[in-house]
Design a protein around this ligand. Structure first.
Ligand SMILES: Cc1cc2nc3c(=O)[nH]c(=O)nc-3n(C[C@H](O)[C@H](O)[C@H](O)COP(=O)(O)OP(=O)(O)OC[C@H]3O[C@@H](n4cnc5c(N)ncnc54)[C@H](O)[C@@H]3O)c2cc1C
Length: 404
């Protein structure tokens, strides 16, 4: 029996209108809550910032719980596999994590991050979610009875509970759990973009990734559509700084890949400037994700480095599971406890996968590159099996099941 004793009277604040926050607020609004979302950026920035994300079949299943899967598939690129190559362009193996299509989900989808955020904003508005942009949370104070949130430039507000979906650098996490570990820089930064480069041949549904001589590069193109590309390269922490000149920085990116196989130089030649790069961080496992009235989800709870292609999917799965837990509990804390139990092992597995694959990108020097090229074809089938297992979970069908 579903008991919703606390639901009608409860007020919920969702901090952060990224993937986790928008998805959670939409699902809660459809269940009769009246969630209020606070987002630090303006709406236009949210709809345009970032390059692209890949949603594995499990992430699409989470979007299906929101009714947003079809729009996402139509706006993105079907990605059926990842091919890995070395700096000579030699194939090292293929990771295929596709579903069998029996449940209507066959491939992964690569989609502009802003496009997906736009789809989620539309779904939230349709569900009646109250969205406040340009509203940066600065402090959190929790009492026995409620939680008070403070904001930059506006008056404090009090809620019965708070869902912190404010990403890797979560202000809520820092305020509520000052003793928990903070994100650490992995030693890699990433850039990327989406643009038309007519001379580049189609990759036939495959994201082609290359361990280049000095940097890692991935791209996909279908038909006459745009090229989706990204790269990552090692950068010492002391050298992390905002891009001073986007044209000069782009010339540097081109130089990183100048002796890599075609069409990598050709893709980069078509990009005139790059405004910024993203340091790649991860978050050590957190001992706890919740208090009595505050719960962390998405990157705020378990930032997954992008190397596993699962960060967005994990955030969306979290939202579906947390909404179901809240629906099925008599007290917020019981829902939060169950949510943490259901999500912790799975997100740790994915974080480990991401860490292992990030470490391969840091290989430099002839010996480690030789060993990587030698061993990868043997290790890859195991990695592919694990990726398929992770992608096989269908959270829309069984949100309260413990995933494998
Ligand atoms: C601008 C941006 C660009 C990104 N680009 C890429 C990309 O190109 N490729 C990729 O794979 N991943 C990218 N990511 C990361 C990826 O989207 C997330 O890892 C993943 O989707 C997890 O989602 P999330 O909802 O947990 O966190 P996020 O998507 O990080 O969302 C967190 C949200 O909280 C907001 N926020 C943060 N602090 C506060 C505060 N104090 N008050 C109110 N709101 C706050 C942020 O502005 C953001 O909208 C990007 C993230 C961001 C924020």
């Amino acid at each position: 029996m579903t008991v919703q004793a606390f639901r009608p009277a409860s007020s919920i604040a969702v901090c952060g209108a990224g993937m986790a926050g928008l998805a959670l607020a939409t699902l809660l609004a459809r269940r009769g809550y009246r969630p209020v979302v606070f987002e630090a950026r303006n709406e236009e920035a949210c709809r345009t910032e970032g390059a692209f994300v890949t949603l594995a079949p499990n992430g699409l299943s989470a979007l299906r719980a929101l009714g947003a899967d079809r729009r996402t598939v139509n706006a993105g690129l079907a990605t059926r596999a990842v091919e890995l190559c070395n700096h000579h362009g030699r194939n090292l193996g293929l990771v295929d994590w596709t579903g069998d299509g029996s449940d209507g989900i066959a491939d992964s989808v690569t989609i502009g991050r802003g496009t997906l955020i736009g789809i989620l904003i539309d779904a939230a508005r349709l569900a009646g979610v109250e969205l406040h942009y340009d509203t940066r949370l600065t402090a959190v104070s929790e009492s026995e009875a409620n939680v008070t949130l403070s904001f930059e430039g506006s008056a404090p507000l009090t809620f019965d509970m708070v869902a912190a979906a404010d990403g890797l650098g979560s202000a809520v996490r820092a305020a509520v759990f000052p003793d928990l570990p903070t994100p650490r820089y992995t030693g890699l930064v990433g850039t990327g973009g989406v643009g038309f480069v007519p001379d580049v041949p189609s990759t036939g549904g495959v994201m082609r990734m290359t361990f280049g001589r000095r940097a890692y590069f991935g791209y996909q193109k279908e038909g006459n559509g745009p090229v989706y590309w990204f790269n990552s390269y090692p950068l010492a922490e002391r050298d992390l700084a905002p891009v001073a000149d986007p044209v000069v920085y782009m010339a540097f990116l081109r130089s990183l890949h100048e002796s890599d196989p075609d069409p990598i130089p050709c893709i980069l030649a078509a990009v005139p400037a790059m405004e910024r790069y993203y340091p790649i961080n991860d978050l050590p496992p957190l001992a706890t994700w919740h208090t009595r009235r505050v719960v962390l989800l998405g990157d705020a709870a378990h930032a997954v480095a992008p190397h596993a292609g699962q960060g967005a999917s994990m955030a969306l799965e979290d939202a579906v599971v947390l909404a179901a837990c809240l629906d099925d509990a008599t007290k917020p804390v019981a829902a939060f406890k169950r949510f943490e139990f259901l999500r912790k092992a799975r997100t740790r597995t994915v974080m480990e996968v991401a860490r292992r694959s990030g470490a391969r990108k840091l290989a430099n020097g002839p010996v480690s590159i030789f060993l990587r090229d030698l061993l990868l074809p043997f290790v890859l089938p195991l990695g592919a099996r694990q990726a398929r297992r992770i992608a096989a979970f269908r959270v829309d069908q069984a949100p309260l099941a413990l995933p494998a």
